[in-house]
Design a protein around this ligand. Structure first.
Ligand code: B1M
Length: 234
């Protein structure tokens, strides 16, 4: 089986075969192969965003389904996540390389009790790529960590990510604390993560729920434009 894998020369596959192979390699947690294939697609002129969405995110979706269905377990999913990161680390500087001026500053982190960071990292990358400055607080963020960073970084936007139904309510804890401290209206609050939806975003008092990283970018741009319009009108 291992020999069969060794026989595959990634650079000899056509694009379609290579993307399919990347999904297999992601599933098997093969970080080196994912990095190599990512570089091959870049050399073939693929846009970084297309590699991200059509190969890496699509592959991770399969991993997610099999994790849900009890076919894959935590160690395997960790390996897959690690392989995904190997591809993402190559794409990150390219996605950020737009040369766009800073259009806003965002503090983002995964909420307390939650260690999922792939989606958050993707949002950070895409925001940077769109010209935002992003301060990434990492995982397992408590309310004070968010609030201190928002103040210290003079941020415009707070982004929170949660992947567990048990951790998503913590977003409300953060927002309620901001309300208590009279700081809620100082920031645009965007939330995201697989178990959330628009209704939840509204219910906890966020400005918007973002379905994916692309929506996060568009939503952040829209809110920043409104903020600038208000500032110039006032
Ligand atoms: Co976890 N896990 N996991 N896991 N894991 C899920 C979330 C789960 C749905 C799997 C399943 O059962 N089908 C399930 C949650 C069930 C639930 O709560 N309803 C689950 C579970 C149960 C767990 C553990 C409890 C398992 C256990 O230990 N028994 C445990 C929890 C640990 C903890 O956090 N305390 C756990 C652990 C792990 C790993 C460590 C193995 C690993 C995480 C590795 C890492 O992140 N570094 C992992 C993974 C990889 C997953 C799945 C398979 C994939 C998540 C992912 O990275 N998706 C996931 C199943 C799934 O979601 N399909 C699952 C790809 C990513 C690009 O998508 O994160 O949704 P996503 O991000 C998107 C959007 O949601 C949005 O944009 C992103 C990009 O488009 N978005 C935002 C996300 N954050 C945003 C913030 C924004 C805006 C948009 O702010 C502005």
């Amino acid at each position: 089986m291992a020999d069969e894998e060794d026989d595959i020369i990634l650079s000899e596959l056509d694009d379609e075969e290579l993307v399919a192979q990347m999904m297999d390699d992601l599933y098997d947690g093969l970080a080196d192969e994912i990095a190599e294939a990512t570089n091959i697609l870049l050399e073939r002129g693929w846009e970084p965003y297309d590699i991200l969405t059509k190969a890496l995110v699509a592959g991770m979706t399969i991993v997610g389904h099999d994790f849900r269905d009890g076919i894959l377990f935590v160690p395997e999913v960790l390996l897959a996540a690690n392989a995904m990161k190997a591809g993402m680390s190559i794409l990150k500087p390219l996605l950020a390389e737009t040369g766009a001026p800073t259009i806003g500053r965002m503090v983002i982190g995964t909420v307390k009790g939650d260690i999922h960071d792939i989606g958050k990292n993707l949002v950070s990358m895409m925001m940077e790529g769109a010209g935002f400055e992003v301060v990434d607080l990492g995982i397992n963020c408590e309310v004070d960590k968010y609030l201190n960073a928002l103040a210290a970084e003079n941020a415009d936007i707070l982004g929170m990510s949660a992947l567990l139904t048990t951790t998503m309510p913590y977003m409300k804890v953060v927002i309620d604390t901001m309300i208590d401290q009279g700081k809620r209206d100082d920031y645009i609050i965007l939330v995201g993560g697989a178990p959330l939806n628009e209704e939840f975003g509204k219910a906890i008092g966020a400005d918007a729920y973002c379905r994916d990283a692309a929506v996060a970018v568009e939503t952040a741009k829209t809110f920043m434009a409104r903020k600038h319009n208000r500032a110039s009108a006032g």
